[in-house]
Ligand binder design. Structure first.
Ligand code: FAD
Ligand code: NAI
Length: 467
């Protein structure tokens, strides 16, 4: 039986970052992954393929809708759906091969197979050819991620009732698609297919899109996506979906309790994801789960068994790749005797619609609920010179700051390049910089980042120069 200092189960952004950091710190490390490729949900069926297709469809949408205004005549454009997906597959391959290279470079052992606990230090790994390895670890990190969740009355059959995973391997562009859930996956998937000409309906239970983010973001995005032709139904309760062979039918109660039905080529279920622990053999350990099935940890991300840690989607919280990565570094550096920290309240959320959405810190709704006073600095991109030059004037920056000390409380952006702009706000929050100090540094002109400067200026109590 091979013994390792560090055993990691699952090779997503949590697992592969933990493996590399462990090897960098001199630990004999093994990474176990049940699929043939490394990278987990994010690299194979999540962050990377969706962003690849979002970029492709954005180019197409720009060409069809905006090129002529720029004076560029590109007539008779069409989409080769197969090529669009082939390019996406190549991008995924580049990333998974990159991970293979990084594992070799860092001398991380990789085993492809399904790991399950035999006891607190021993794992059985069953490989594709049914061969079995027994391995032992001084420290074990569970990074097994999550899988799509569903709701009562909705069975995901992966044929007509699908998730984002199946949507990423369709052979043909659907003519119509109903998406249950107006969260992050819902709006990203709606954007992809709407830009290609698929008729999209989003059915959301809450009264806002992106209900967990500052409500002004969801309200603004809803207007923009509606103008783009996406049908958005809020406060509707889906109770049944049926596979009708060539189509699927979704039944829901509308705001006044009337039963409604919509038929479409596919129904895509995007109502959240659940922690994935199936087949891990946790019953052979003292590791505990919470009511949602997430692995319970203490604030050191240690399970009830001191040498077994858990990170990423499988412990719940924000299900984000960069949150999993932070937790990976946190656990490995702690094992190494260092004193790392994670600031969960400073982890940004990003949504790759167009315009993009990004957010960090408290929302206005959260501040109201806590009874915390705040000032608001809001600046529209329609008043930003760079945005006007590029014809990307939709959206705004909204800064929430402490009215007495000026400390940043939250920054929320709907606009072109929002997901990159938000990094500056993260620095502001992390170093407790005031809105005034954020406003008094120089921003290159003309840039979208000047929208951040203006919003910080207003939040600090001074008038904007540009509105
Ligand atoms: P995962 O990436 O889920 O990796 C877990 C791995 O463990 C999997 O490869 C699985 O096969 C393996 N595994 C499970 N059980 C076993 C076992 N018993 N033995 C061996 N291996 C096992 N997040 C962002 O931050 N930005 C985005 O743009 C973004 N886009 C997304 C788009 C979509 C469509 C989806 C679905 C998710 C997206 N996410 C995004 C979320 C992100 O993918 C996850 O938060 C992230 O992958 C979690 O990382 P993880 O390491 O915890 O788990
Ligand atoms: P989500 O939690 O973002 O959204 C789910 C939505 O479904 C919610 O708005 C909820 O109100 C709605 N819903 C729940 N039950 C419903 C019902 N019965 N009828 C109608 N609507 C219902 O989850 P989502 O979009 O599935 O994404 C899963 C995870 O993946 C998220 O945690 C997200 O962080 C991550 N992700 C991140 C991305 C990014 O960072 N850009 C992109 C895609 C996913």
């Amino acid at each position: 039986m091979e013994h390792y200092d560090l055993v990691i189960i699952g090779s997503g952004p949590g697992g592969y970052v933990a493996a590399i950091r462990g090897a960098q710190l001199g630990y004999k490390t093994v990474l176990i992954e049940k699929y043939n490729t490394l990278g987990g949900t994010c690299t194979n069926v999540g962050c990377i393929p969706t962003k690849a297709i979002l970029d492709s469809t954005h180019h197409y949408h720009e060409a069809v809708h905006h090129f002529a205004t720029h004076g560029i005549m590109a007539n008779e454009l069409s989409v080769d759906f197969g090529q669009l997906y082939t390019r996406k597959d190549k991008v995924v391959l580049q990333n998974t091969q990159g991970l293979n290279f990084l594992m070799r470079k860092n001398k991380v052992a990789v085993i492809h197979g399904t790991a399950s606990f035999v006891d607190h230090t021993t794992l059985r790994v069953v490989k594709e050819d049914n061969g079995t390895d027994l391995i032992q670890g001084s420290n074990i990190i569970i990074a097994t991620g999550s899988k799509p969740a569903t709701i009562p009355g909705v069975v995901i059959d992966k044929k007509r009732v699908i998730t984002s995973t199946e949507a990423l391997s369709l052979k043909q562009q659907p003519k119509s698609l109903v998406i249950i859930g107006g969260g992050v996956i819902g709006v990203e998937m709606a954007s992809i297919f709407n830009r290609l000409g698929t008729a999209i309906t989003i059915i959301e239970y809450a009264d806002h899109l992106l209900a967990n983010m500052d409500h002004e973001l969801g309200t603004g995005l809803r207007k923009i996506l509606s103008n783009d032709g996406i049908r958005i139904l809020l406060q509707q309760a889906v109770y049944k979906v049926e596979n009708l062979g060539d189509t699927a039918k979704v039944s829901f109660k509308d705001r006044v309790g009337q039963i409604q039905e919509i038929e479409a080529d596919y129904v895509l279920v995007a109502v959240g994801r659940s922690p994935y622990t199936e087949g891990l053999g946790l019953e052979n350990t003292a590791v505990e789960l919470d009511v949602r099935g997430a692995i319970l940890t203490n604030d050191r991300l240690q399970t009830a068994v001191p040498n077994i840690y858990a990170i990423g989607d499988v412990i719940g919280g924000a299900m984000l790749a960069h949150k999993a990565e932070e937790e990976a570094l946190f656990v490995v550096e702690q094992i190494n005797g260092q004193k790392p920290k994670i600031h969960y309240d400073q982890i940004p959320a990003v949504v790759y619609t167009w315009p993009e959405v990004a957010s960090v810190g408290f929302t206005e709704e959260e501040l109201k609920a806590k009874g915390v006073n705040y000032t608001i600095g809001s600046f529209p991109f329609s008043a930003n010179a760079r945005a006007r030059a590029g014809m990307d004037t939709q959206g705004f920056v909204k800064v929430l700051a402490d009215p007495v000390y000026g400390e940043l409380l939250g920054v929320h952006v709907l606009g072109a390049r929002a997901v990159d702009l938000i990094a500056q706000a993260v620095v502001g929050l992390a170093y407790e910089i005031t809105a005034d100090s954020m406003a008094r540094i120089s921003y290159a002109h003309p840039t979208y980042s000047e929208g951040m400067k203006e919003a910080h200026t207003i939040a600090s109590g001074r008038p904007s120069i540009n509105i």
